[in-house]
Every structure is written in structure tokens, then in C-alpha cells.
Design a protein around this ligand. Structure first.
Ligand code: CDT
Length: 308
């Protein structure tokens, strides 16, 4: 039997001027609170160390690179790894990765309870655009600053649980969950930074954004009989609001814990991973029920083709 108390560590706003050291201090504070409440694993958001910088158009790549980490851990994040090891808390968090070859990725890492990195994921579904867009109320330049991830959707057996990661926009795509479901995943962690308004449709606001986030996370959990932890960076960053709504979802799709604020806030759930087995061996027993002879379009075709 594998049980684990999982904490989601929602972060409130991080302003452009905030240092990584200040953010790491907030992350450690949340980790200490989580450990005091029995948590053995903590999940932080996408791009957890900085403001959501893809909202800013930067023509100068030297400036862009200041938002990226060249190694992990590094000087700013070592205290987080040290505290995680001392407390025996596994963790996952997102950051902007600049590789030695000069490649840019929107990345998350997974550690064990000894503070050792056991897994890395690079965001596959990059939303937004790659040039300054005058028609938008604000920019979303992920396609400018990041390459699509090149590692695929892997899973790792970490602390007795089969774990996988995805990042923000990935949560809206059923393929994300199914690729990990096909590897028996029991826990999917997904950090996000989601603007509270649509830059291309002013009528779409917070309520619909939160609904779509819940809908995606809950359906991904249910359809793959896995726990899903979605964790926001929330609040108003330099005038730009991000949704909160961090949730922990069980393998039936029910929400076990939900953040109530748009600030630094912990959510916790006691997760019994044996509960993944029922769905995986009945309605979502993939080996018995999937019909791959009819799914060819999923990997052979990208956009919709209307031919009727
Ligand atoms: N960071 C990120 O991927 N944000 C996107 C914004 C798209 S607008 C709904 C997201 O999917 O939340």
C-alpha cells in the first residue's frame, strides 16, 4: 500500500523586481509548513522562480536570458534543495532552462525525498505567439522564448509512486494525460500561470478560466485513473492578473483540496495510490478496451481536416 500526503504550494504574484532568493525563501516557508502537516511531497507552479516573463516583449536576447537558469540546482535554488533533503520532502517545480548548447525550454524537475533530481520534463504545448502582437491586450510570447519540449511525456517510479509531469497549457490536451496513462501513471503534477482574462476576447474572464482549468484537470484524472495536482502561480503581477484555483484531484475526478486565495497558499491531500487500481482495471483498462486501429489520426494528423 502506498499512501503519501501531497502538498500543492500555490504561489502568489512574483513581481518583475523580485529576486530569485526572495521567491526561494517563500517556497521554503511553504515547504516547512507542508512538512509540519505531514507532507512528503510538494508541488510548485510553472516558472516558479520568476514573474511570468513571457508577457513582456524583449528584443534583446541577453535580457531574455536573465530569466533563465543555466544549471539546477544553482546558487539561488540550492537552499530549497537543502531544506527539502533535511525535511525529507520530494518536490517538483518549474523554471526556464537554458542548456549548455543555448537551447531554451520551459522545464520542470522532480526530486526524491533526498533532494536528488530523478526526472525532468520540458513543456510540449507552448501557447501564444512568437512576435509582438498589436491586436492583443497583452503579450503571451512563449513561442518566442521557448522551443517545444524534446523529452516527451515520461514517468518515474519515485518514492513508490509512478509520477509524471506536465506544464500549464499541456493540461488542456487529453494526449498529455493519455501518454502518461499508458505508462501506468498514478500522480501527474501540473504547474501553471494562466492569465485571468483572455488577451483576445475581453468577455472571457476569471469564472470561465477557472472552470476550464478544473474541467481539464478533473477529466484527465478520471480518464486515466490517476491523481492530478494542478498548482497555480496566482495574483496580480505588475498589473497582470493570474488565476488561482490550485486543486488536488483523485482518480475518480473528485477535487480533494482547493486553494481559496490568489496568494501563497498550501493545499494538502492524503493520497492512497491503491485507489488508482480500480479505474485502471475496469472502465479504463486500456489493454482490454482501447481500439487503436481507429486512433491513427491522433498521431498522423495535426490540424482538423474538413472533408465533408
Ligand atoms: N502558461 C501557459 O501555458 N498559459 C496558458 C495560457 C493560455 S490562455 C488560456 C494556459 O493554457 O493556461
Amino acid at each position: 500500500m502506498t499512501r503519501m500526503i501531497i502538498a500543492g504550494a500555490q504561489l502568489g504574484a512574483i513581481q518583475k523586481a523580485d529576486s530569485r532568493q526572495a521567491v526561494v525563501a517563500r517556497m521554503i516557508d511553504l515547504m516547512e509548513q507542508a512538512a509540519a502537516r505531514g507532507a512528503e511531497m510538494i508541488v510548485y507552479p510553472e516558472l516558479a522562480l520568476t514573474t511570468f516573463f513571457p508577457r513582456w516583449y524583449m528584443p534583446d536576447w541577453n535580457e531574455v536570458d536573465t530569466w533563465f537558469e543555466r544549471e539546477m540546482p544553482n546558487g539561488a535554488t540550492q537552499p530549497l534543495f537543502d531544506r527539502a533533503r533535511e525535511l525529507g520532502v520530494a518536490m517538483t517545480f518549474g523554471y526556464a532552462e537554458l542548456t549548455p548548447e543555448g537551447r531554451h525550454f520551459n522545464t520542470s524537475i522532480l526530486t526524491n525525498r533526498k533532494g536528488e533530481i530523478v526526472g525532468k520534463y520540458r513543456k510540449v504545448h507552448l501557447p501564444g505567439h512568437d512576435e509582438y502582437d498589436t491586436t492583443r491586450a497583452f503579450q503571451h510570447l512563449e513561442k518566442r522564448y521557448f522551443e517545444p519540449g524534446d523529452l516527451g511525456f515520461n514517468v518515474w517510479r519515485n518514492e513508490g509512486v509512478i509520477m509524471g509531469m506536465a506544464i500549464c497549457n499541456d493540461r488542456r490536451w487529453p494526449e498529455t494525460y493519455r501518454c502518461m496513462g499508458l505508462q501506468g501513471v498514478e500522480l501527474i503534477t501540473i504547474g501553471y500561470n494562466t492569465p485571468a482574462v483572455n488577451s483576445q476576447m475581453s468577455a472571457e474572464g476569471l469564472e470561465k478560466r477557472l472552470f476550464h482549468s478544473d474541467l481539464s484537470l478533473q477529466s484527465g484524472a478520471y480518464q486515466n485513473a490517476t491523481y492530478v495536482v494542478g498548482v497555480a502561480k496566482a495574483g496580480v503581477e505588475d498589473g497582470h492578473p493570474l488565476i488561482g484555483g490550485s486543486i488536488i484531484v483523485d482518480p475518480d475526478g473528485f477535487v480533494l483540496a482547493r486553494a481559496e486565495t490568489e496568494e501563497d497558499e498550501l493545499i494538502l491531500a492524503d493520497c492512497d495510490f491503491d485507489k488508482c487500481a480500480f479505474g485502471k482495471s475496469t472502465i479504463f483498462d486500456f489493454a482490454r478496451h482501447r481500439r487503436i486501429e481507429h486512433y491513427g489520426r491522433i498521431t498522423s494528423q495535426t490540424g482538423a481536416i474538413i472533408d465533408v
